[in-house]
Design a protein around this ligand. Sequence first.
Ligand SMILES: [Zn+2]
Length: 398
Amino acid sequence: MRLTGGSRRTLPPAVRGDSGGGPGRRRAALAGSALKRALLAAAAVSAAALFWAVPARVAHGTPLWAGARFTREDRDRAVQRGLLFLYGLARDPKAFAEWGSDLVGMFGNIAATSSNRELRQMAWSMGHERALEWRRLHAHIPADVDAAEVADLLFGSDAAERLGVPDQRMWRELRDAAARFPAVDYYGFDPAVEAPPNDIPEECRHCSARNVRGSRRCVLCGGTLTFRSRYDVWQDALIGTYTGDRYGVTLGGHLVDVLHWVGAMRPYPGPGEREFYEATYGITHLVYVLNDYSLNRLSADCLPEEFAFLRANLRVWVAGGDPETVGEHLDTLGAFGLTLGDAEMRSGFDYLLAAQGPDGSWGDRETSDVYRRYHPTWTAIDGLREYRWTKVLPCLAR
Ligand SMILES: [Zn+2]
């Protein structure tokens, strides 16, 4: 199965070396006019849209750093434009039906962690409105629900609760439903007993069958299977257990059990090596679950390998033209205390601000895959915006 919350699944062909999506990505079959419809939907909330109208470009402002071609005002405007794009997308019924849980969580996180008051209020208003709609669509758990659906519903319910739309009955239904599935149904392994393994087959690309650990051929159709990256498996387990623990419902295990295996994931593969991409997202999500998705800061001394990895490789993604991954480097390195005093951080900011599309989004504007429209835009916003860090967390025992 795949968990999608706070996750990502794309890599530009230039870096990935092939033309496909990431392993096992959920595909969204959305018509080409989706974006237009989404923008129309955004326009329909006219009072709100007018209230949030982005001011005309001003010629003067405060440069982000000495000699920067962009100002703080440019940055704030870019982030607002990105958020308006995301709200338009989130108001598309088809996009929201598939990705609603992640989208509600996105608004909630921006509302909770941004230092810019106007941005917080925008994200809260958008998120609260979408959370009400999410509750309307998901009043109960379907009887034939599987583990992946339980996880997705839990992510959405947690996010809606954080945006002021709790539902105690749904919480009880989720608690009962979640308990029906063992850890392997959520993560493909049990983090209480072993490290993320490297022998979990991808869903069969011929017949969509799920096969048992270690299978190289599909039991149903005989097709060749490939194994998921253990870093990808790790990332899903980090996200699922973190969110379950936060919501107060055990989703196949606890974060502490997954964190137990950090040492087993090191050393990390570098640029050009197998699983470099998956390891990158495993590491960024290790940071997110440890710092409550950018609510708190971390000391680089606590995670020296991870800090060094991210710091050394940010330039790879700037050079490769991947706003999604640049965004995740900027907010995680920021959580470790790096600022625009750092030359690599400046190059990441400069790249992102130059790469925003005319519609306010980042990433591939031609794709019909909704995930690949909203997720790069979300992470670019996260890379660019300022945080109201509450504290620097102490190190976990290593
Ligand atoms: Zn098959």
